[in-house]
Ligand binder design. Sequence first.
Ligand SMILES: [Zn+2]
Length: 359
Amino acid sequence: MRLRLRRLDGSTIELGVADGQFVKPEPGTGDVLDLTASYALPGLVDAHAHLQADGVAEMVAAGDPDLDEMARNAAAQLAAGVLTIADKGSKSDTTLQMLEFDPSRRPKLEMAGQIIVTPDGYYPGFGKVVAQGAAASAAASAASTPATWVKFIGDWPRRGIGPQSNFDRQQLTAAVEVAHRAGRRVAVHTMAPGTATDAVAAGVDSIEHGLFLTSDDIEVLGDRHGAWVPTIAAMEAAAESLRPGSSGQRLILEGLDNVRDLLPRAVRCGVQVMAGTDLALRHGAVATELLRLADYGLTPNEILESAILGAHDYLGFGGGLEIGAPADVVCVPGDPREDVTVLGAPSVVMRMGRIVHSA
Ligand SMILES: [Zn+2]
């Protein structure tokens, strides 16, 4: 098969497709699929997903991860044009078996395995519970699995006293060193004041939620091209789930105001800002979070450059619309630099040469 595509700069390109890859187009061979009425992208990116479940309550209540359900969730992501996912952890390492699942039936995957928590530091019974001083040894054991990321819950509210850090800066620093030495990246969930600053100072790769990052943190994170996945839709949903006017709700809303302040600056400082659904949005609905990034001050061009093209590169897969790359393409019905909403309505999605969606 041959594809004719329109790139974002308006130029057209013809690529052959064979064995799941883009190859040199051989004139006169096979059908030509002309997709130049739309714009071609290397795929959307969901940088904070949990393939294990399709809602927070379901994930917390679930038993051991069900690989059939994960496959269904992965297929839903693919059909929506999400060709790259960072799964930010789960209840157990069973989910890591998805890494061996037929890659043409799932997005490109980076994954954390079992989430690392402290006693009372997350949903009861969820993740690997370690003592507060044991972050580095927990990172070492996570790095002995096929997981490419190590995920820590950095803070969590305690009844009557509000959010507390689970690990101090020294602990996180030691854990990051161990993970990096093993070639793994580290993500830290943080929604409370203080923890984000510790996590950035400790050298973590990605801040998840990060409601209380500071402008100094943004500079430090940007200098090392660190990542921030604010999961705005998920944070708004968390605020809505709390009693109106409660201290918990007020804290999240205060944090969201801070995100609104910092987000445009973060992109300009070199922070790798990415979009994540985090179970608040259904699998495949990352375009909804891309619109939240727009509402919080990113321009369509910044969204494209950071949360799509930049995210695609950051998550380690590279490649693109070129010979030798996996035959992955998402065609959208307009220029996303003019209208972000086109990202939610792809006309054609191809993964490794297989058309998985066509409008
Ligand atoms: Zn999450």
